[in-house]
Design a protein around this ligand. Structure first.
Ligand code: AP5
Length: 217
């Protein structure tokens, strides 16, 4: 399956992507994770992306699209993928459509995770991520057994630079202005599925999987 996850920052895209991708045995491709990996290592791509990410702005389309094209060309993405964080505006969506049609394929489903702004701020201000395996935790809603240590791999947990309240508010504005038009864009194509993304993580995963299964069947 070729799936896109869309939703505001903190909607739980990364959290759900790890479970959905594993249920469907497809790779999870997160543009935010790829950028952060490059920023940490100080690569040329990371240096281009860092200032935009720190401000909560979108990295320019030409940089992002080239990176996604390379990733989708890799072997593990040939039978399907789950995109988390891409596309992020209508030009990126149009480019993705063209790219897939060149490869004689198309997107099957766009899953929208719906949550309100107050929940986003609560979630992002308590988020912690594992340096080693990338597992996402929350200090209140999904705490690890030992503070600052990942239960899965014993890696060290960190707080993202863009999870300060002021930057979170700006990311929400960017989402409203640039990303939310994708909801209508994909609804017009009749491939949009929206689910309530509030409540316990496992319940949201169950909702997502039953919505996806109905769509596949
Ligand atoms: P990116 O990493 O994609 O950030 P984002 O879209 O802002 O989304 P987040 O990762 O903040 O949130 P999420 O929805 O994944 O939530 P999570 O599962 O972590 O992008 C970062 C930056 O990279 C962008 O600002 C931009 O600069 C750049 N970028 C990326 N893609 C780009 C593109 N296509 N074009 C241009 N620039 C791009 O959950 C959040 C917290 O909530 C966690 O602590 C989690 O444990 C908790 N949580 C999750 N679900 C629940 C639940 N059900 N109940 C309670 N808590 C929950």
């Amino acid at each position: 399956m070729r799936i896109v996850l869309v939703g505001p920052p903190g909607a739980g895209k990364g959290t759900q992507a790890q479970f959905i991708a594993s249920h469907l045995a497809i790779p999870k491709i997160s543009t935010g994770d790829i950028f952060r990996y490059n920023v940490t290592r100080g690569t040329a791509l990371g240096r281009k992306a860092k200032a935009y990410m720190d401000r909560g702005d979108l990295v320019p389309d030409e940089v992002t699209i080239a990176m996604v094209r390379d990733r989708l060309n890799e072997d593990d993405a040939q039978q399907g993928f789950l995109l988390d964080g891409f596309p992020r505006n209508v030009p990126q969506a149009e480019t993705l459509e063209k790219m897939l049609s060149e490869w004689e394929t198309r997107l099957e489903v766009v899953l929208e995770l719906v949550v309100d702004d107050d929940e986003v701020v609560r979630r992002l201000s308590g988020r912690r991520t594992c340096h080693r395996c990338g597992r996402i935790w929350h200090v209140l809603f999904d705490p690890p057994a030992r503070k600052d240590t990942c239960d899965d791999c014993a890696g060290e947990l960190f707080q993202r630079d863009d999870d300060r309240e002021e930057t979170i508010r700006h990311r929400l504005e960017v989402y409203q202005d640039q990303t939310s038009p994708l909801v209508a864009y994909y609804a017009d194509q009749r491939i949009l599925l929206g689910i309530d993304a509030t409540g316990p993580v496992e319940e949201v995963t169950d909702r997502a999987m039953s919505a996806l299964r109905r769509f596949i069947d």
